[in-house]
Write a protein that binds this ligand. Sequence first.
Ligand code: BG6
Length: 485
Amino acid sequence: MVSRVIPVDAFDLVIFGGTGDLARRKILPGLFRRYCAGQMPSNSRIVGAARSKLDGDGYRAFVTEAIHEFGGGRSCEDGTLESFLKQLDYVSIDARGEAGWDELADKIKDSKLVRAYYFSVGPSLFGDLAERLHLHGLADEDSRIVVEKPFGRDLETAKALNASLAEHFDENQIYRIDHYLGKETVQNLMAVRFGNMLFEPLWNAQYVDHIQITVAETVGVGGRGEYYDKSGAMRDMVQNHLMQLLCLIAMEPPAKFDPSAVRDEKLKVIRALDPVEPHQIVRGQYVTHDDSPSYRKAVNDPRSTTESFVALKVGISNWRWAGIPFYLRTGKMLAKRASEITVVFKQRNHSIFEEDELEHRNILSIRLQPDEGITLGVTIKEPGPGGMRLIDVPLDMSFAEALGEDGGDPPDAYERLIMDVIRGNQTLFMRGDEVEAAWAWTDPIIDGWTQRGEVPKPYDAGSDGPGDAEQMLARDGRSWRPISS
Ligand code: BG6
């Protein structure tokens, strides 16, 4: 199957933090792949802006290295890199001072192309950048700004950030990235739910027993210890990525696939979340038994009480979901890299087969990464004579097999999201009120840990997390899907 590529309008994209890690790993290689795919018009320009003293050639050398290291993609032909590099430029700039701003203005001010500013910098600079763009006349009502997570570390800081951006930009100009929303399989959640007749009638408290959302990683905190230890899994993953997955699974069908309709429905889910009681959460911190550093070693704090794993039982008080638990879990250094959403349906209410005494449940499992695909567990007759004994077997679909090469190698989340910024489509970006509502739900959970002086449970690197997470479900007569299987 060949994917359709619709070119976007030509643009000027300024990347503040243009020499940073995100630019190097994701943004610049991603833009190059879109260029190779024919989606980025050749009169577009990308201007890196950062403190480093580089000239245009120096930046092009930096970008070349980044592309070699982090991938050009299948469709890039020889010679494409040279023509892509011609579209790149660089300004050495001071976000809080005057240096570099006139030079940036000279480069882009008279351009009539779509203009986007990517704030690939820490949130403490968002307000300064917004203000300077305004002061130098570099932003009009069509300009867009892209901001990265973490968007604040609690409700108060998120509100302050929203307010500082709102001084110079309207909400419809602000693109808050949650890269999970750019993942092809995450968008598929909406396609599966709202593109099929089959699932939606059953997608409610009457037919669903519970839902599990797991985002398991095998990596540890690596070189990000300083940031991570101040955040923990709750702020780093649950408040944003898992919350977005929960919203897409639980929301009402929006009337249209457009930014307001989709984001209104997501917001209603977040606002309907029940507060989480202490016995509905398990926090963990990984320990190692070999040469690899344990969590505390990685963050260089032998007494750190930050969680690298969290599991929660979440309730949604609305007509569709009242009484149905959503179990969320995420962690680092787990047995396998596996992100999966599992919808466990209720037991049938009557069996007509006397020989069959076992429990049978339909289980729909959506694998987000890796090995993206969908499995539906169905009950069938065990082959052979001897009566109607039933067994459960999987109807298994892998996107890579079903869709061929393109299905197995979709554009990276950042590629998709940056193109959406240029198109002016905010559907897959978080709105300010959504982010604030997510913090309003998260804050009391984190405050509770602090007040109670809670210490996370140790779990072995390479395991499924602390045993307490299993027990939390066992108390409800349920069990997690094994991560390691
Ligand atoms: C980031 C978190 O937002 O998402 C990281 O800060 C995490 O800690 C990463 O590792 C996971 O993203 P992905 O795309 O690899 O699942």
